[in-house]
Design a protein around this ligand. Structure first.
Ligand SMILES: [Fe+2]
Length: 389
């Protein structure tokens, strides 16, 4: 008998090159007059805000901008953005940027309608009230924040990266325009693309996968793996950008519903202890975690190998076919010239000293519990060491 499952997405998704040029019809769905735009300084200096500002003016809407977010959002950013929202009598929020501005915007939205501080709402389904409307426009193809029910924020007092999960953290409207990613540099595009690929692979093998998340996950693997090399070699290749952006959004929908697994459980700690970007941390781990995990669900990894473009001979044993998925991601990551942890300056002595604590924290995060093969603390430490080179 089929188990009961649930599937959540934004109320509406608008996808396509040029879709961000005129968002007037979506703005005018409510009679709000004043908007808070949450964005990043890089996005602003790249000129990506110009069209949005014009659209708002043309539709007689006023706005204020909050762009004070650090590379990863901290509790103080949410507080500061909320202050700007309240002091200017804003009514709704438009988020334009990568995962950090999008997460921050979603968190400001729920703090408009809920008391206390953001730290009160960490964890799963702890937010009592829906926030104000958020229209999300991603400028990178990776986090999928425009379609997920997650937002992460760092508490500087404890150095903890808190994850909040709630249907109220899903943006009301996601406007996904691949043109907005064209100015994203090569290595960042590669790293965010691998993050999205990791979302898709982990969602597909997750213990929480469901029939609908599977459809999005497997299609995301196909789209991203087919076009990420082209995006890396020519950032202006709009066809490739479209495929990777669509793949990233599908991957976001998949992992928002099916969660992630061992790679994400482990990579958050590399970010926390060594300051390595999220996509780069995932890239360092992905092949090794898959090599560890594939025997836990041979048929799923075989499907992943096919989606990654590997030819599966009809006579090939399932186990052998599944292992080709590991080979395929290693080839992709190597072609994208993503540096190793060693090349990124991770100190091996420090890693040896903190690996046990990292492994414990990874297990405690809960994500490894979704992995098709359970990993002990010692096995996780071994994967960290293996991923160093
Ligand atoms: Fe991720």
């Amino acid at each position: 008998m089929q188990t009961i499952w649930k599937f959540l997405t934004p109320r509406q998704i608008i996808f396509g090159s040029g879709s961000s040029n005129d968002i007037g019809p979506f703005i005018n769905e409510t009679d709000a007059k004043k908007y808070l735009i949450v964005t990043g300084k890089v996005v602003r200096s790249a000129g990506l805000l110009i069209s949005l500002e014009k659209t708002l003016s043309d539709n007689n809407k006023s706005f204020v901008i909050y762009d004070g977010i650090e590379s990863e959002p901290v509790v103080e950013n949410v507080r500061a953005g909320l202050k700007v929202f309240n002091e200017n009598y804003c009514e709704e929020i438009i988020a334009l940027g990568g995962g950090s501005p999008l997460d921050t915007a979603k968190l400001i939205s729920i703090m408009v309608t809920n008391d206390g501080t953001i730290t009160d709402y960490r964890g799963v389904d702890k937010i009592p009230n829906k926030g104000v409307r958020v229209i999300a426009l991603p400028t990178t193809a990776g986090t999928g924040s425009e379609v997920t029910r997650y937002a992460a924020v760092i508490d500087k007092k404890t150095s903890e990266k808190m994850l909040l999960t709630s249907p109220y953290l899903i943006a009301d409207t996601a406007i996904v325009d691949p043109v907005l990613t064209v100015t994203c540099p090569g290595l960042l595009s590669a790293a965010t693309g691998i993050d999205a690929l990791t979302h898709a692979i982990e969602a597909y093998v997750s213990a929480k996968a469901n029939p609908a998340s599977d459809i999005f996950a497997i299609k995301a693997i196909e789209l991203i793996s087919a076009s990420l090399r082209d995006v890396f070699s020519d950032g202006k290749d709009l066809g490739a950008r479209e495929n990777v952006m669509l793949g990233s959004m599908y991957a976001g929908i998949a992992f928002s519903n099916a969660s992630v697994a061992l790679v994400h459980g482990m990579s958050r700690l590399i970010g926390g202890f060594f300051g390595i970007g999220h996509g780069l941390s995932n890239a360092a781990l992905l092949g090794n975690v898959m090599e560890f995990s594939y025997l836990g669900n041979i048929l799923r990894y075989k499907e992943i190998a096919k989606a990654l473009g590997k030819k599966i001979d009809g006579h090939m044993a399932d186990e052998q076919a599944a292992k080709l998925s590991v080979e395929a991601v290693r080839e992709l990551i190597s072609d994208l010239k993503i540096p190793s942890l060693k090349e990124m300056g991770v100190d091996k002595k420090k890693l040896s000293g903190v690996a046990a604590g990292m492994a414990e924290a990874a297990i405690a995060s809960g994500s490894p519990g979704n992995n098709p093969k359970a990993a002990t603390k010692e096995e996780i430490m071994e994967i960290y060491f293996k991923s160093y080179e």
